[in-house]
Design a protein around this ligand. Structure first.
Ligand code: LMR
Length: 331
């Protein structure tokens, strides 16, 4: 009798925990072996561990569920619960302050960037997503972008007339225009084919994205320009998040904290490994611009800061400039 009662209780507990399991669908557009791909898997594991199985995070990499624009809509209606879109994706959503991250040569290094993303300015920007039904949990690094194409790029004149795929961002559009290029907005999942078929001549991305999408197979030249930043905000559907039991939410916040440390630790390492991979492949010629060539690119792109200042708001830009010391007027 006693054994029966124990068994029944155990079965009930199993049944209960199985039915009480919360599933978080975490969708993203890049490969699993990128900084974002690895950090999302890390988070999934930690979340499961810390919630003792109450939460299961299912990670969908490589646009398996949604492409760039669709995934934001899916999050807002609750078809997926978690995303880590690039910061450029928030401008088209109407939160223009995020476009400050797209300004060329805004950050010299990760330390400058972290002053924003890990400080009060970054936190205030995430709070601006809440009226859109989105809760921002963290910033994850990827890295600095480089240009690729089928002809070498050293001086600004080398970019003239080339068609470059960009993310949907007015600032990035202006950046390409500043060097005489033609900007073509396109979903990330379509870039490889567009490069292969010549729909576009080139693109810009951190090397980890370039390499893991095999873009080096269809681009002859890569110029390590590090001209702009690409990173992420991890976001959740706010309604879903607020409805979680407080203890579970706390455990997930802890998992996110640890995943963020991990993400930001591996980002540069992953980009370095990818660069080594590109070089080893022998398919793309990697060029390191000289100091003079990089300065010429910086000068050519400086007017973007003036032209696009009103879009993101002077206040946000001033906060960024205070953190980075960048002064477009001095170039
Ligand atoms: C891109 O579209 O180039 C990036 O947003 C991809 C990513 O998420 O890193």
């Amino acid at each position: 009798m006693k054994l029966k009662t124990i068994l029944a209780a155990a079965l009930l507990a199993i049944g209960l925990s199985a039915s009480a399991q919360t599933v978080i669908k975490f969708s993203h557009v890049v490969a699993a072996d990128t900084p974002k791909g690895k950090a999302s898997e890390f988070f999934a594991k930690k979340a499961n561990e810390l919630t003792k199985g109450k939460v299961k995070v299912e990670v969908y990499a490589n646009s398996a569920l949604y492409k760039d624009k669709e995934e934001m809509e899916a999050l807002q209606i609750g078809s997926v619960q978690m995303l880590a879109p690039s910061l450029a994706k928030f401008g088209p959503l109407g939160v223009k302050e995020f476009e400050a991250f797209d300004f060329p040569f805004m950050f010299d290094d990760t330390a400058e960037l972290h002053t924003i993303t890990q400080g009060p300015v970054g936190a205030a920007m995430l709070a601006k997503l809440e009226p859109k039904g989105i809760k921002g949990l963290a910033y994850w690094d990827n890295g600095f972008k480089s240009f690729s194409a089928n002809t070498p790029m050293k001086m600004p004149a080398d970019y003239k007339g080339k068609k470059f795929r960009i993310q949907s961002s007015k600032v990035l559009e202006e950046q390409i225009r500043s060097i005489g290029g033609i900007a073509q907005v396109m979903a990330f999942s379509e870039v490889y084919q567009a490069l292969q078929t010549g729909v576009v001549d080139g693109t810009e991305n951190p090397i980890s994205n370039f390499y893991t999408q095999k873009m080096h197979e269809v681009q002859k030249h890569l110029s390590i320009t590090n001209h702009g930043y690409l990173g992420y905000a991890v976001i959740v559907n706010k309604k879903f998040w607020d409805a979680l039991p407080a203890d579970v939410r706390g455990q997930l916040e802890q998992a996110m904290k640890e995943a963020t440390v991990y993400a930001n630790k591996i980002a540069q390492e992953e980009n370095d490994l990818s660069l080594a991979g590109v070089k080893k492949s022998g398919k793309t010629t990697v060029y390191e611009p000289t100091k003079e060539e990089r300065l010429a690119l910086k000068k050519a792109m400086a007017p973007v800061h003036i032209k696009m200042a009103d879009r993101v708001g002077k206040e946000t830009l001033q906060e960024f400039y205070k953190a980075t010391g960048f002064d477009p007027a001095k170039l």
